[in-house]
Design a protein around this ligand. Structure first.
Ligand code: C5P
Length: 401
């Protein structure tokens, strides 16, 4: 679950900071990307160089970097937006108190205030500090903000005393976050098939018939599904896009016929299928084995129909919730509803090419979601990740209903 995630680790100054070297190693091994912000006092307990080497990223201590006479700025706002998860470990009594009160006198705290992602904190301090009403009040306040505590453990403390206050072990921290993330994931245990991108229909070894689809919408749908806990089969025609998330299996195909075969190979097992690919309706009847030479006069290519993948999935439908796309230029609503019925769909996403910012290319889309009861919901122009999230909200509300 942590694989592919951007993890921003905030290290404050307690002896438990030495454990973050193991924590970073485990996060990297699990496939996460890790950036580290630490307080000045944390750097007395663990070497920034060790952490930079383990995390494969420079470690940030201050708002400003001065190196070789040049000055640069560690942008806490960008860091906060980069993160999928912020983890403060160890979280000292001092840092917890400052977080709870909105104090912002170091880079770690400024980044905490800028982060919009879920925040976890793993306290580490001596037992009396942990028990102190002031620390308890800080923790309660942070929990009231929605931040999540990874409780300290009992055992021998650096002071030589025994009691509660030891930072959770790195394995425990990772297990805690994974279990916590899994609880809030509506697609946990679900398998999802998504088609994306164009298809290329070969004319000869160097030429093909294609279209302008970039695959962006399908890839965003796949990312969102994986973030919501699904195992995703992303079957994509030729695109420049790639995926990082280990829960997405990217199956690259070229032609409509290959896409058809790849879809049916996984379809029986999936819970949701979304066909967002711009599949060529026709392909050349024959593919020349050698490059076609130009000749006098015109040339004719005979085209034959490609299989309609979505229709075939509709006909084979059992438990699957099946969603198609309709990219229309006229009679949008009527055409989309016609497709919904003819292809046995549970929902259809309509893009009208009349809407500025909708359809192929570009970073935005404007959609209308129509379900099989012909309930219609129209959305504003949004970025493709936002549109993907809206589409999944519509699907999830119906599969969990
Ligand atoms: O009928 P039309 O091609 O407009 O329907 C579009 C929908 O059907 C999209 O979801 C597209 O991915 C899917 N489709 C398909 N196979 C085709 C043609 C379209 O899966 N050969």
């Amino acid at each position: 679950m942590i694989g592919g995630k951007h993890i921003l680790l905030g290290i404050s100054g307690g002896i438990a900071a030495y454990k973050t070297t193991f924590l970073v190693r485990l996060l990297i091994k699990a496939g996460a990307q890790v950036k580290i912000v630490m307080t000045q006092s944390a750097s007395s307990f663990v070497s920034p160089l060790t952490l930079a080497t383990l995390s494969k990223n420079p470690v940030m201590l201050d708002f400003v970097n001065e190196e070789d006479g040049s000055i640069s700025w560690n942008n806490h706002v960008e860091l906060g937006l980069w993160a999928d998860i912020m983890l403060i470990a160890p979280a000292t009594a001092n840092t917890l108190s400052k977080m709870a009160h909105g104090t912002c006198d170091n880079l770690l705290l400024a980044t905490y205030l800028s982060a919009k992602c879920p925040v976890y904190f793993a306290p580490a301090m001596d037992l009396d500090m942990y028990k102190h009403p002031s620390t308890k009040a800080s923790i309660e306040k942070l929990e009231s903000f929605g931040n999540v505590m990874i409780p300290a453990e009992s055992g021998e403390l650096a002071s030589g005393l025994h009691g509660e206050g030891r930072m959770a072990e790195p394995e425990t921290i990772i297990g805690f976050i994974e279990a916590h993330l899994a609880k809030g994931l509506p697609l946990r245990g679900k398998k999802v098939l998504i088609t994306a991108g164009p298809t290329h229909e070969a004319i000869d070894p160097v030429r093909f018939l294609g279209n302008r689809s970039t695959g962006a919408m399908g890839f965003e749908l796949a990312k969102r599904a994986a973030d919501l806990g699904a195992k995703v089969f992303l079957i994509s025609g030729p695109t420049h896009l790639s995926v990082e998330n280990p829960n997405i299996e990217l199956i690259r195909v070229t032609s409509a016929q290959e896409m058809y075969g790849a879809c049916h190979a996984v379809y029986t097992d999936v819970d949701v299928a979304i066909c967002a690919a711009a599949v060529a309706d026709y392909r050349p009847k024959t593919v020349a084995t050698e490059k076609i030479k130009k000749k006098e006069g015109d040339m004719h290519i005979e085209l034959v129909r490609n299989p309609d993948i979505l229709l075939s999935l509709g006909e084979a439908k059992k438990q699957q919730f099946l969603v198609g796309f309709a990219l229309e230029t006229e009679n949008e609503m009527e055409n989309a509803k016609g497709k919904l019925e003819r292809k046995h769909l549970d929902g259809i996403v309509l893009n009208s090419l009349k809407d500025e910012g909708a359809g192929f290319g570009g970073g935005t889309n404007k959609i209308t979601f129509i379900d099989k009861n012909l309930d219609v919901k129209t959305f504003a122009l949004k970025t493709k990740p936002e549109v993907a999230s809206d589409i999944w909200d519509e699907i999830i509300s119906r599969i969990h209903a």
